[in-house]
Write a protein that binds this ligand. Sequence first.
Ligand SMILES: Cc1ncc(COP(=O)(O)O)c(C=O)c1O
Length: 437
Amino acid sequence: MKYADWLNTRGLEYRNDVLYFAGMNTLDIVEKYGTPIYVINEQMVRERYKKLKKFVNSEYKKNQIHFAVKANSTLSFLRVLNSEGASFDCTSQGEIFTCFKAGISSEKIIYTGNMFTEDDFEFAVKNDVLVNLDSLSQLKRLADIYEKLGKEKLTISFRINPEFGAGEHIHTITAGKDVKFGILEGQAIEAYRKAKEFGFENFGIHQHIGSGIINAYDYEKPTEKYLNIVKTIAKTLEIKFEFIDFGGGLGIPYQPKEKPLDLNVYSKIVIKPFLELLKSEDIGEPEFKIEPGRYLSAESSIILTQINTIKNNGYKLFAGVDAGFNTLLRPILYDSYHHIIPCNKKGKEKSLTYDVVGPICESGDILGKNRELPELNEKEFLAILDAGAYGFTMSSTYNSRPRTAEILIKDGHIHKIREAEAYDDLLKKQIIPDHLK
Ligand SMILES: Cc1ncc(COP(=O)(O)O)c(C=O)c1O
């Protein structure tokens, strides 16, 4: 794919050397709204969902796509996906609360927590949210809470750890014997047998093997093992599944030369074997579920940031910007690549190699290492791409830097959807005891 086409797939183009995003001039945006700022392209969110939904529908109609809220929990973002018909995957009470505030109803939510507390279970049961358990030990505690609250038991599901994982970084691989998530094959039958004993009558099953998977063949071994486990449970316990959830993990090409995930291969590795199992075994008519976060959200957003310092230390060139790992954590956390481009490349013929660095007082505050960029000057602007997944949700106030604003572009109009935090917000919850006043 040509570079300009790659930019185009994320709603970006240069018009007379000025960067436009979702049809809007990025220089106008920074002038009006300041930096650093998260900018979301609403149309891109809708397109990503529609494309995936259409694809899954073409393979098997009875499906639900649950957006993984941890990737992007901004209310307006969730509202866009909700209006497209998406369902949601939550990992905490806070995410469920946020979904409710976004107008999402409880039956669209699956609660895949880990290390659940009693309070988590009470919250879920009171709010009629389906719980996906992560440990055998949690089953009785959840059953007790249903009894205590006198609520009818909803579908119960367990997260299976198929022992084969994949992902962009060791910390995003979520399957394997020494990984904290899910229950291993050896406990799977016991889990569902006990669930039956505790009076659960409807069953789902779940796996999520990791995040940032760009090669669909990485799903092969885990899926094979998972579907075998599904089959064994169904046969041994005569269980019919309401749903089989294959988790998220679908990656995106953060680098212009990377090939996107091939959905046809994904189907061959994941969906087709699922359909074969439906044909060959009596496991009910389960819904096919997936939980993509990144795939639906990453490319929809950019961060606009201003260069404040060009430093040549005699050895290396640094472009110092006003976004740091407080704004985008992924580069330092996962060694992740985010493409960085200038908002204005007018008259720039020369290219130089820069480390693009933030203002955080840590040497690891590097947003892009050894980046070939047109010669940069102080006060100019850069765009950091593919920031819509695990971007704002992982941002922090480290170094007492308030979180940024967010804006949403829709049909040539800009909507402010989050105010930048103020210094007062940093201090709001602190209490000074009398003896220190
Ligand atoms: C249980 C679960 N489902 C879905 C996801 C979404 O992953 P991704 O954004 O890679 O699709 C995650 C991410 O960590 C997860 O833990």
